[in-house]
Design a protein around this ligand. Structure first.
Ligand code: GDP
Length: 384
């Protein structure tokens, strides 16, 4: 008994060590030991091994999935040193890219995108062969820090298919940044031999437009009887759809799905003829029960055949390349401006002046932009 009290850990000062908490003792925790091997913490910082540009490129061209994944991680990285390598890798892969059918797949949450992509993907690979990469544009994942789209656990059959490559949405940055990374990832996947690319996007906001600007066929997944029919028209989404499909046409939902399809077909007559020269088809299917999947795939591929023949396919890709050039200019100008040390110093106080009504928003913006150009030109003058 005596020895037991001797071995007792001394009571530390703690509110729950008072008399009213008799029987409960809060002991001090064990102090963290110092790092045994100081090299370990250093090594951790360098854990992501960077390969040379040629190692990345040769791995990708060989279709090495691990090297492809590592290169995509590099593309998604915000570290400037990673970006330098990534851009070189993309440039070297560019001549080997372009040989794919790029399909955008959009729908509101719950429309059945992942269930459908799983079914479309497996049917496509089994029927048409080749390889399939599933990518995603999901700017919301920046806030939630977890990507909902392009998640392997939601595409069970495709995830274990040897010819598929699934990559969730990049999480860093604005919609423009996320979309650019997805576009660059398309190039790497194509160079790695993926001749079919699906780009999943959530049917809310601008991400659909971003997705549309990088695909050859934009598929809109709709549900029957949700009022989405009208929403689609209001949000201008139907103008960019190359095909509309009504999911969950199974069980007692079949009639409602057919009715919705008729409503969409009627609504499509309100729009002018699309540039592709093809009025979007409207089909019913069930992703879950895998009904009508082959018809949806046939619709996509016959559209692609048609636009390849009439020249619209190349025209659209060229327009997209042009669009992305201007997007990149905008992004680079914006990044240059906001990351400029002088601007970073001035922007807060200027914002306060605007809030206090001491200066108008326009004048404040002009003052900052003028300052930026002044700083930039003196920098270039000093260099030359
Ligand atoms: P997402 O949020 O658009 O990716 O939608 P999910 O693929 O996660 O599907 C949402 C829910 O709808 C899930 O519970 C699916 O099981 C269900 N679902 C998806 N496709 C179908 C379908 O074709 N028929 C039926 N009845 N349910 C489906």
């Amino acid at each position: 008994m005596k020895s037991e009290s001797k071995n007792r850990v001394p009571k530390m000062e703690h509110p729950e060590n008072g008399d009213e908490f008799a029987g409960l003792q809060v002991n001090a925790g064990v102090a963290q030991p110092s790092t045994v091997n100081p090299w370990l913490s250093r090594m951790r910082k360098h854990r992501q091994v960077l390969f040379t540009v040629d190692e990345y490129v040769s791995g990708i061209l060989k279709g090495d999935v691990t090297r492809l994944s590592q290169a995509v991680t590099l593309v998604e990285s915000t570290l400037p040193e990673h970006q330098v390598v990534a851009q070189e890798v993309i440039e070297k892969c560019l001549p080997y890219s372009g040989n794919s059918v790029r399909v955008g797949i959009s729908g509101v949450p719950g429309a059945g995108k992942s269930t459908s992509i799983d079914a479309f993907g497996v049917h496509l690979l089994n029927k048409y062969g080749g390889k399939l990469a599933v990518l995603a544009i999901d700017p919301s994942s920046e806030k939630t820090k977890g990507s909902i789209l392009g998640d392997k656990t939601r595409m069970e059959k495709l995830a274990v298919h040897p010819k598929s490559f699934i990559r969730p949405s990049p999480t860093a940055g604005s919609l423009g940044g996320v979309a650019r990374k997805t576009r660059e990832t398309i190039i790497l996947c194509e160079a790695a031999g993926y001749n079919n690319i699906f780009v999943e996007t959530v049917g809310v906001g601008q991400s659909e437009t971003a997705c549309h600007s990088m695909v050859d066929f934009f598929l809109l997944i709709q549900l029957a009887g949700t009022g989405d029919e009208l929403q689609g028209i209001k949000r201008g989404i139907m103008e960019i759809a190359d095909g509309i499909v009504i999911n969950k046409a199974d069980g007692d939902n079949i009639d409602r799905a057919r009715l919705a399809a008729t409503q969409f077909k009627n609504a499509l007559h309100l729009f002018p003829m699309p540039e592709s020269g093809l009025v979007p088809e409207v089909l019913c299917y069930s992703g879950f029960y895998e009904l009508g999947i082959d018809e949806v795939l046939a619709m996509i591929f016959s559209h692609i055949d048609h636009v390849k023949k009439n020249g619209y396919f190349d025209y659209r890709r060229n327009e997209q390349a042009k669009f992305w050039m201007y997007e990149s200019i905008n992004e680079q100008l914006k990044n240059g401006f906001y990351h400029n040390p002088t601007i970073r110093e001035l922007i807060g106080p200027t914002e306060q002046e605007v809030l206090k009504g001491q200066v108008t928003s326009f004048v404040a913006a002009k003052r900052l932009v003028d300052k930026y150009y002044q700083v930039q030109s003196s920098k270039y003058n000093a260099q030359s």
